[in-house]
Design a protein around this ligand. Structure first.
Ligand SMILES: Cc1ncc(COP(=O)(O)O)c(C=O)c1O
Length: 408
C-alpha cells in the first residue's frame, strides 16, 4: 500500500521527545490546535453573540460531522468534555436498587471502576467483576464469579466469562471497546447482542476506538457509548461524546445541574441538560470537524494500517527482547495502533502507590521516551501507542533504551 504520512512538523511535539503515548493523551496536529484557538477567539470577541446565537448551531454542525464519522444519528449524541464525564452521566441516570449488579471485567479502566463502585455503594447495589485474566499469574480478588484463561484466542474467551457473570440482578454491562491497560479490542457488537438476549443493556467505554477503528454505532447497537476524542482522533483535550439509544434518552440525568434548556431558545431536546453546564469554552468540540478532516485527508485506511504495522513491529521486537510468547493473536482484529506487552514479573518491581513505574521513569528520564507502564491486577504492561508522527526509528530508540536499562 502506497501511503505517505504527514511530516512530524504537522504536530508541535518537541524534537527531542519520543512520544509513544498517544493512547493516554494524543497531541493534536497544528491545524486542529489552530481551529480550537480560532473558536476561542470568536467567543472572546463578542461572548453574547457567541453563546446566544453562534454556539448552538455551531455545535449542531460539529456533531453532524462526528455522527457521520461514528455511524450514528446526531440526535442520539451529545458533546461532553471526555469519556469520564460521559460515564458519570450514565451512572447518574441508571436506576439502581439494593441488590442490583453492574457487571464490569478486569480489563476496565480504573476510574470507571471507581465511578461504578461509588454509584453502586450509594444505591446498595454492587459491582461484579468478570475475570478474563491476561496471561498473568493468579491474583486474589473477591468480587468475581467467573474466570477466563487469559489467553485470548477467540472472541469467546472474552464474551463467555462476561456472560457467565450475568444474573437476574444485572442492570448493566460496562465494557471497553479497546481496553486501557491491555490494549485489546473487545468484540463489543457480540457482547451487545448476547447481553440484549438476556435483557441487559450495555454501556461501551470507547475512547481508544474512535479513529483507531472504523466505527458504526448503529451496527454495534449499544445502549450507551462513552468516548474521548483527544486520543486517536487527535481532537483537542476537552472533547468527548456520549451516545444514548433513543429508548433511554428521556431517562438521562446530568451529572451536574445547570439550566437544563437551550440558551438560544430553541425547542427542547434530551441533550439540553448537558449542552449548557455553566459558562465554558466549547472550542474543543467545535474543532472536532477539523480533526476528522485531517485524518480523512491523510487517509483513514493508511492511518490504521501503517500505525498497526508499527505497533506490530514494536510488539514483536519487545517480546523477543523479553523472551515472551504472544499472549494475543497477531491480528488487527485484536489490537490496532496500540499494543501492550506484559513485563516479565521478576524484572520490575511494582511501582509504589501513586508513583510512576520505575521502568516508565527510566525511559523518560534517561531517554526522553514518553511511554506508560500500565498495571492492573498485579501485572505490568509496557503499552506502545503509534500514531502518524511515529516511525521505526522511535521503536529503534525504545528497544535500544530497554536494552541499556537492562535486566533481561
Ligand atoms: C478505557 C478508558 N476509559 C476511560 C478513559 C478516561 O478518558 P478521559 O480521561 O479522557 O476521560 C480512559 C483514559 O485513558 C481509558 O483508557
Amino acid at each position: 500500500m502506497e501511503f505517505t504520512p504527514p511530516p512530524r512538523s504537522a504536530w508541535s511535539i518537541p524534537e527531542d521527545v519520543t512520544y509513544l503515548n498517544h493512547g493516554s493523551f494524543g497531541p493534536a496536529p497544528r491545524v486542529v490546535q489552530e481551529s480550537r484557538e480560532e473558536w476561542s477567539r470568536r467567543l472572546e470577541r463578542q461572548p453574547m453573540d457567541f453563546y446566544l446565537r453562534q454556539m448552538e448551531p455551531a455545535i449542531d454542525q460539529a456533531m453532524e460531522s462526528l455522527a457521520r464519522f461514528v455511524g450514528a444519528d446526531s440526535r442520539d449524541m451529545v458533546f461532553v468534555d471526555n469519556a469520564t464525564v460521559a460515564m458519570n452521566v450514565v451512572a447518574a441516570s441508571l436506576e439502581l436498587k439494593p441488590g442490583d449488579e453492574v457487571l464490569l471485567n478486569d480489563h476496565e479502566y480504573g476510574a470507571v471502576f471507581r465511578i461504578w463502585r461509588q454509584r453502586c455503594e450509594a444505591a446498595g447495589a454492587r459491582v461484579v467483576t468478570a475475570r478474563l485474566g491476561a496471561a498473568v499469574p493468579e491474583v486474589g480478588d473477591s468480587e468475581h464469579s467467573s474466570r477466563g484463561s487469559g489467553q485470548f484466542r477467540s472472541t469467546a474467551d472474552i464474551v463467555e466469562p462476561i456472560m457467565a457473570c450475568v444474573t437476574e440482578r444485572t442492570r448493566l454491562i460496562v465494557v471497553s471497546h479497546i481496553t486501557s491497560p491491555s490494549a485489546v479490542i473487545f468484540p463489543v457488537a457480540e457482547i451487545c447482542r448476547r447481553a440484549h438476549e438476556r435483557g441487559v443493556p450495555v454501556c461501551i467505554d470507547g475512547p481508544h476506538a474512535i479513529a483507531m477503528r472504523e466505527i458504526n454505532l448503529r451496527g454495534i447497537d449499544c445502549d450507551f457509548y462513552c468516548a474521548s476524542l483527544h486520543k486517536w482522533l487527535s481532537a483537542p483535550c476537552g472533547a468527548g461524546f456520549l451516545y444514548v439509544k433513543r429508548s433511554w434518552q428521556s431517562r438521562m440525568k446530568p451529572h451536574m445541574t445547570s439550566w437544563g434548556r437551550s440558551l438560544g431558545g430553541r425547542p427542547e431536546r434530551w441533550q439540553d441538560q448537558l449542552n449548557w453546564l455553566g459558562t465554558r469554552d466549547p472550542a474543543p468540540f467545535l474543532a472536532v470537524p477539523i480533526a476528522i478532516e485531517f485524518l480523512e485527508q491523510v487517509g483513514l485506511e493508511g492511518f490504521r494500517e501503517s500505525t498497526h504495522q508499527l505497533a506490530r513491529t514494536a510488539r514483536a521486537r519487545i517480546e523477543q527482547l523479553f523472551g515472551l510468547a504472544d499472549w494475543l493473536p497477531d491480528s488487527p482484529d485484536w489490537f490496532g495502533s496500540m499494543v501492550a506487552i506484559p513485563l516479565p514479573a521478576s524484572d520490575y518491581k511494582k511501582a509504589k502507590p501513586n508513583a510512576m513505574h520505575p521502568l516508565q521513569a527510566a525511559l523518560l528520564n534517561q531517554f526522553r521516551i514518553e511511554i506508560p507502564v500500565t498495571e492492573y491486577f498485579g501485572q505490568a504492561f509496557l503499552r506502545v501507542s503509534c500514531h502518524l508522527y511515529n516511525t521505526t526509528s522511535d521503536i529503534d530508540h525504545l528497544i535500544d533504551a530497554l536494552q541499556q536499562i537492562g535486566r533481561f
